[in-house]
Design a protein around this ligand. Structure first.
Ligand SMILES: [Zn+2]
Length: 377
């Protein structure tokens, strides 16, 4: 099968994160078994009771009691973001002017198709160091599949290539992703008698102003490989109060931050609790709860690592950094020097009409084949 045929087959299997990915895993598993790879499923049940499966396929080693150790792992997620029902060709790979359109064509089935094709071009009998393909679930809704594999210590890998659209530029570092919901409690009263109540909206506004000062403070802790070079913060949603003439009894807001690698994701939470303590000292009525929903660290691989220099040479491009979250952090937890690389542009991913340029898809096969040859043969 050509890489385009493989991509077409994968796009045709709907694998939106909310549904089970068992069909696409069946397809990938069959392809790997046909090549003589040793496959193992790591199933789990998601929050909605739906079965999800991570799949690991090994070449040059087998599953035993202890986690397999491989030289190189290629990781691609099986799930996609949802698509607009008016996009009637979302599941039919369509070619136009050198580009292939379809849901997941860019993010990240193109990489998965390229990885399968690259493996098929290798004489696996000649492998001197083992290789793994890792196909994950639920990447798009919080890297959940990869986190499960990392928690289970399912595999150990020296090097990893994480498939995400980077237009084939190797990315050796990425920021983390953290999210908290903050709830401020006040006391409702008639707005004509403010002393009878306590405004949660005013209190939230004071804390948000503190957060803006924290954001400015964090700008001085720089990581020069990133643009912006510091941890960024965002208060994206604020909900408070019930009516214009009622003192607000409650106000909630979201706080999102993207920590630079090397900075503890908890650093911001520490600064936030200090600010909350100060608000409480000033105002005994200040009541606040912080629900830290996500705390994903970033990752960084040394610019001198063999996988970085090798992929720079194979792609002809200098390594960069990404501001979006990837499974590279989990691969780093599993011991790997990780690099993010894949065909397609992240700016068209998740859109109606996402696409991958055919030339990049084919170039990715070549890069992955050469990477396997250099590290594993
Ligand atoms: Zn992706």
């Amino acid at each position: 099968m050509t890489v385009q045929e493989t991509l077409s087959e994968l796009v045709a299997i709907e694998s939106v994160s909310s549904r089970s990915n068992s069909r696409i895993v069946d397809c990938l598993s069959q392809r790997c078994e046909a090549l003589g790879l040793c496959v193992k499923r790591f199933p789990y049940t998601d929050e909605s009771g739906v079965e999800k499966i991570n799949l690991i396929a090994l070449a040059g080693t087998k599953f035993t009691e202890s986690p397999p150790e491989v030289e190189l792992a290629l990781i691609g997620h099986t799930d996609t973001v949802p698509y607009d029902p008016i996009w009637s060709d979302a599941l039919r790979l369509t070619e136009r002017e050198g580009k292939l359109y379809g849901r997941g064509a860019c993010d990240t089935k193109a990489f998965v198709a390229a990885a399968l094709t690259a493996i098929e071009l290798i004489e696996l009998k000649k492998l001197r160091r083992p290789l793994a393909l890792i196909f994950t679930a639920d990447e798009e809704i919080g890297l959940i599949g990869a986190k499960r594999l990392a928690e289970a210590r399912a595999i150990q890998s020296r090097y990893a290539i994480v498939g995400e659209p980077t237009s084939l530029r190797p990315m050796r570092a990425g920021k983390g992703y953290c999210l908290a919901e903050i709830k401020i409690k006040g006391r409702e009263a008639h707005s004509a008698y403010p002393r009878l109540g306590s405004s949660a909206v005013f209190a939230a506004a004071r804390l948000i102003a503190d957060i803006e000062r924290i954001a400015a403070k964090l700008e001085s802790e720089e990581h020069p490989a990133f643009d912006p070079s510091y941890t960024t913060l965002n208060v994206g949603l604020v909900h408070g109060g019930t009516a214009k003439n009622v003192i607000a009894g409650e106000c909630r807001f979201t706080l999102e931050w993207r920590p630079i690698p090397g900075q503890d994701p908890k650093r911001l939470l520490d600064l936030l609790s200090t600010a909350i303590e100060e608000e409480k000292t000033r105002d005994p009525d200040f009541v606040c709860e912080v629900d830290a929903a996500r705390s994903d660290e970033g990752f960084e691989t040394s610019p001198d690592s063999k996988i970085v220099t090798m992929l720079e040479e194979l792609s002809g491009r200098q390594a960069g950094t990404v501001a979006f979250g990837t499974e590279a952090a989990q691969m780093t937890e599993l011991g790997a020097d990780a690099v993010v690389l894949g065909p397609g542009d992240i700016r068209v991913a998740h859109r109606t009409g996402e696409f991958v340029p055919i030339a990049e898809l084919e170039a990715c096969v070549k890069i992955l084949r050469q990477a396997i040859e250099q590290l594993c043969l």
